[in-house]
Design a protein around this ligand. Structure first.
Ligand code: SF4
Length: 377
């Protein structure tokens, strides 16, 4: 856990190079190659990404907020292994406040938050994890939002306070993005995503959990190009959510051939046939799981034999259930057109044919400059 002025801070390019020197060059370049591929850039960008990271004289300050969630996105963030992405992350970002992994507690933690906000006003990245309950609990003295309070503030009050002065707001996971499981019907706490709760536009990296490769790629995109990536209408970066899982699934040939798993463990399952009849929601879901995969590129649900449940889509706990039943009204086999149509009808409006959110929508002002060229101050 770093704080401004801690050992993790970099005041000069030399210090950054010293820190990166602790990482094997091969691992560093592998990381840059992964970022380049994830962002849809060619191999020629690998040295440019390396240069952008090495030359950055200050890592962007990050204030990471927890709301109603399971901490799965923080787990994803700190559990990456080989290459050591978390080590690289700590060289790219200055994590100045993170309730789960910070040593401080109580007033010291609150003090760290206030200091980080003050020292980096208008320049920090607010990372939000979890939904914000807007409901009022039962009880005589309860007020709106009291289902979640931190340091005496409701989740909504805290989110507004921190997001107001952020340069950019990134929601990680489905809960912060769209409400997640907390918002599932009947949604007793009135949970919603951060943007819906605060009215402040956010960049969203949904998933359950999100893929940390994508959230880091957002930051690398900024280091490289000085801007946040273009997004779809829902605020999801197009490099990660521009295509349906179904469009680049490793089982797609079996779908097209009408070869489907009929029961878990059957001969088709052993031959890795399409999981469509087992309830796979890949035709409705926009995410780059097939290309990036999880756990450092080890696997992802469909590769492991389980259908996609659509965890990067809004209200997937309601809209994608039952998870083990196939999409309705689709004729099999030869369903290509129908499946595509269904996908675009149900969620396609999120990405296809919609106006693209300007990436700068999420930049509150031009102050955010990780290269420390403080243009305004
Ligand atoms: S239905 Fe699912 S398993 Fe089958 S090709 Fe599409 S995404 Fe892959």
């Amino acid at each position: 856990m770093g704080t401004s002025g801690s050992d993790f801070s970099f005041k000069t390019p030399e210090r950054r190079m010293d820190a990166l020197a602790g990482i094997k060059r091969r691992d560093f370049l592998s990381f840059c190659a992964l970022m380049s591929a994830t962002l849809g850039l060619g191999p020629s960008f690998i040295p440019k990404i390396a240069e952008a990271i090495e030359k950055a004289t200050r890592r962007p300050s990050v204030i990471w907020l927890h709301f109603a969630e399971c901490t799965g996105d923080s787990e994803a963030f700190i559990r990456s292994t080989n290459p050591s992405i978390e080590e690289l992350i700590l060289n790219i970002l200055s994590i100045d406040y993170h309730e789960t992994i910070m040593a401080a507690s109580g007033e010291a933690a609150e003090g760290a938050l206030q200091k980080a906000m003050k020292d980096n006003k208008g320049k920090y990245i607010a990372v939000c994890e979890g939904a914000i309950p807007l409901g009022t609990p039962p009880g005589p003295n309860a007020k709106k939002g009291d289902y979640l309070t931190i340091a005496g503030k409701t989740g909504l009050e805290l989110a507004k306070e921190v997001c107001r002065d952020a340069a950019a707001i990134m929601c990680v996971g489905n809960c912060a993005s769209f409400g997640g499981v907390q918002a599932q019907y009947p949604n007793p706490t009135g949970a919603v995503g951060v943007e819906e709760a605060t009215g402040i536009p956010t960049l969203k990296v949904p998933g359950c959990p999100h893929n940390v490769v994508n959230s880091v790629a957002v930051v690398v995109n900024f280091l490289l190009l000085g801007s946040l990536p273009k997004t779809d209408k829902l605020g999801r970066p197009l490099f990660a959510y521009g295509k349906r899982i179904h469009d680049h699934c490793l089982r797609r040939a079996h779908f097209d051939a009408g070869q489907f798993v009929e029961k878990f463990g059957d001969a088709g399952a052993k031959d890795r046939w399409c999981l469509y009849k087992m309830g796979c929601k890949g035709p409705q879901t926009y995410h780059n799981c097939p290309t990036v995969e999880y756990n450092d590129g080890t696997s992802w649900p469909v590769k492991a034999g389980h259908g996609c449940i659509g965890c990067s889509e809004p209200k997937f706990w309601d809209n994608m259930a039952p998870f083990y039943e196939r999409l309705p009204n689709i004729k099999l086999p030869g369903v290509e057109a129908s499946a595509d149509q269904i996908g675009f009808t149900l969620v396609g409006a999120a990405a296809a044919g919609s106006a693209v959110h300007g990436a700068y929508t999420f930049l509150n002002r031009k102050k955010f400059d990780p290269t420390l060229k403080d243009k305004e101050e």
